[in-house]
Design a protein around this ligand. Structure first.
Ligand SMILES: [Fe+2]
Length: 234
């Protein structure tokens, strides 16, 4: 299994706080069956969460080496989860933020406020040759209120990545219900862990999440999602 959304690199966002914690996360992810993980630290302009690509690459090398030394064979990849901004393409060009596999731009939105020029931002990402992927659509109020917003985004060329743990209610009832609806309507393109901590209910609950997602989506749609998620790093 491939995870395309995680906060495993130590000390550069609100994710892992130390190399020890990163290793503890990786060990548990390996036990769950993950072979590849894309590290996607937050990139949020005007905050301290904006390590540039050189710094992230250096940290990735260190983490990969420490994992190898600890007997963990997960392969790490690099990207970002970029907080929505008119300047996303500029951040990519300046090598401050990184797309997944040179092509996929994982981005997030504010949970409750709507972004007025979102259409322009999406257009800008696409016209520059990137594929936008919205992180955890089930967590945004505008989609919880009206599933058609998710459909509209997809019509604009946005792919949708749900968090596994939304389905067991980690973020509350509304994200859980919304993820169900997204799955039932065939709107989910990818899944990710969005893991931040080594001590977390995610690991123990993961089998339950898989079971529930499979039951709602059906076996073949679930397999398609897993296959498409894996294809992002090919
Ligand atoms: Fe995230």
């Amino acid at each position: 299994m491939i995870d395309i959304h995680s906060h495993i690199l130590p000390g550069i966002d609100d994710g892992s706080k130390s190399m020890d914690e990163s290793l503890a996360i990786l060990k548990q992810m390996e036990e769950l069956g993950f072979t590849d993980i894309v590290c996607t630290p937050h990139y949020i302009e005007l905050t301290t969460f904006r390590a540039n690509n050189t710094k992230k690459q250096e940290l990735l090398r260190k983490t990969q080496a420490a994992a190898k030394k600890a007997g963990i064979s997960i392969k790490l990849h690099l990207g970002n989860e970029i907080f929505v901004s008119r300047d996303i393409v500029k951040f990519l060009e300046k090598k401050e933020a990184m797309p997944i596999n040179k092509k996929y731009v994982l981005f997030e939105l504010p949970f409750t406020t709507e972004i007025k020029n979102l259409g322009d931002i999406i257009f800008d990402i696409k016209v520059n040759g990137y594929t936008p992927i919205l992180a955890h659509p089930e967590r945004y109020l505008m989609i919880q209120k009206d599933i058609r917003v998710a459909k509209m985004l997809k019509e604009k060329g946005v792919k949708l990545q749900c968090n596994y743990s939304s389905i067991t209610g980690q973020y509350g009832k509304k994200p859980m219900k919304t993820m169900k609806k997204l799955l039932k309507n065939g709107l989910v393109d990818y899944l990710g862990s969005d893991i931040h901590r080594a001590k977390h209910s995610f690991y123990g609950d993961f089998p339950k999440m898989l079971k529930r997602i499979k039951r709602i989506a059906g076996e073949s749609y679930f397999e398609k999602i897993e296959k498409d998620t894996a294809s992002l790093i090919k």
